[in-house]
Design a protein around this ligand. Structure first.
Ligand SMILES: C[S@@+](CC[C@H](N)C(=O)[O-])C[C@H]1O[C@@H](n2cnc3c(N)ncnc32)[C@H](O)[C@@H]1O
Length: 333
């Protein structure tokens, strides 16, 4: 997924830095990715550590991580279920078609009519199987994550859902095919939460805490509202031109709140090592973070030049660079 702030391309560098500080062998460590997003970082460590604790406040992210992280044993007949879902008859009275497609008269164009009708049919069937206990939770989240990722690929947007394109773009015209999402099998089990990081931190403990909070005013709940709507499968009145739902407003995306909120998280973390990713263009300066973190232990810092996130790549912005900072704290305990 082209996700705001995704660490997909930075994972190998992050791993290098974490190994440098904590050591080569992480097999007895508990690793917490408390702002997990797509789960890119949790996935990178899933095979190396004893337990992953993965968390995000957004429900779509919880679904993605229930599959990517919580699922760790092969699921029988997974592809058979994918096939059954791909064979369903499109649904014309579903929520996505009725509210987010031109054909229904909604005046919104997030998906082609045919693709939205398929998404609706698949989402309804996954729910029906789950309610009737035909599928267990592991298979439910595997299928839901597969649906979210497959739908995201053919959405008529510039990767975020705060607006849609007027005309269907080429990938949005392609026929929707449900593709199986993957997950890594491990012998150990893992934990996935859907909580506010500052609440969760008071209830968990471990060895390595990775923090990747939002660094500017962009609210994930607004930018990915349609993924939440597909994942939650609930009923509400979509608002305005973009069809927004009520969404969570993160304090990490509020300039006046972020400092105290981050300090609260660090202060209450029962983890020996804390690694904080923060963009050079974020609300908090490098110096501010250093001053805050060094109150709680031994502080160090490293950085990497990084290609800037753009919803739409153009000739002009393709090469734009920014810095990803990694603040490191070995906490006094
Ligand atoms: C920069 S993104 C993380 C990206 C992730 N590392 C990845 O590679 O996909 C920040 C994430 O923090 C989540 N978030 C924002 N406020 C939060 C909070 N108070 N508690 C937990 N998660 C939060 C957002 O939903 C978003 O997924």
């Amino acid at each position: 997924m082209n996700y705001i702030g995704s660490k997909h391309r930075l994972c190998s560098w992050l791993k290098q830095q974490i190994h440098k500080k904590v050591g080569k062998d992480l097999s007895n460590k508990v690793f917490c990715d408390i702002f997990a997003g797509t789960g890119a970082v949790s996935k990178a460590f899933k095979n190396d550590v004893k337990t992953i604790i993965s968390n995000d406040i957004e429900y779509y992210s919880f679904v993605l991580n229930q599959n990517a992280i919580n699922n760790h044993i092969e699921i029988q007949d997974a592809n058979l279920y994918i096939q059954k879902l791909n064979d369903l008859v499109p649904k014309t009275d579903g929520f996505i078609y009725q509210n987010y497609c031109l054909g229904s008269g909604s005046q919104r164009c997030y998906f082609s009519d045919a693709n939205a009708q398929k998404i609706d049919a698949i989402r309804a069937k996954i729910q029906e199987w789950h309610v009737k206990k035909i599928i267990h939770d592991n298979l439910y989240f595997f299928l839901l994550a597969s649906l979210l990722k497959s739908a995201d690929k053919i959405a008529n947007t510039t990767s975020v859902y705060c607006s849609f394109l007027k005309e269907l773009k080429t990938v949005a015209k392609q026929e929707f095919i449900l593709k199986a999402d993957d997950f890594i099998c491990t012998k150990n089990s893992h934990k996935v939460y859907n909580q506010d990081a500052n609440e969760l931190i008071r209830t968990i403990r471990g060895d390595i805490l990775y923090l990747d909070p939002p660094y500017n005013q962009r609210q994930y709940g607004a930018n990915y509202h349609l993924l939440n709507t597909i994942a939650l499968h609930d009923n509400f009145t979509p608002k305005g031109k973009t069809g927004l739902r009520e969404y969570h407003h993160s304090l990490y995306s509020k300039k006046s709140k972020v400092h105290d909120n981050l300090e609260d998280l660090i202060k209450n973390a029962d983890f020996r090592y804390i690694f904080l990713s923060y963009n050079s263009e974020g609300f908090l300066s490098k110096k501010t973070i250093k001053t805050m973190m060094q109150k709680y232990g031994k502080y160090s810092f490293t950085k990497k030049e990084y290609k800037k996130f753009h919803t739409l790549e153009t000739e002009d912005n393709r090469a734009e660079k920014t810095y990803e900072y990694l603040h490191i704290l070995e906490k006094n305990r």
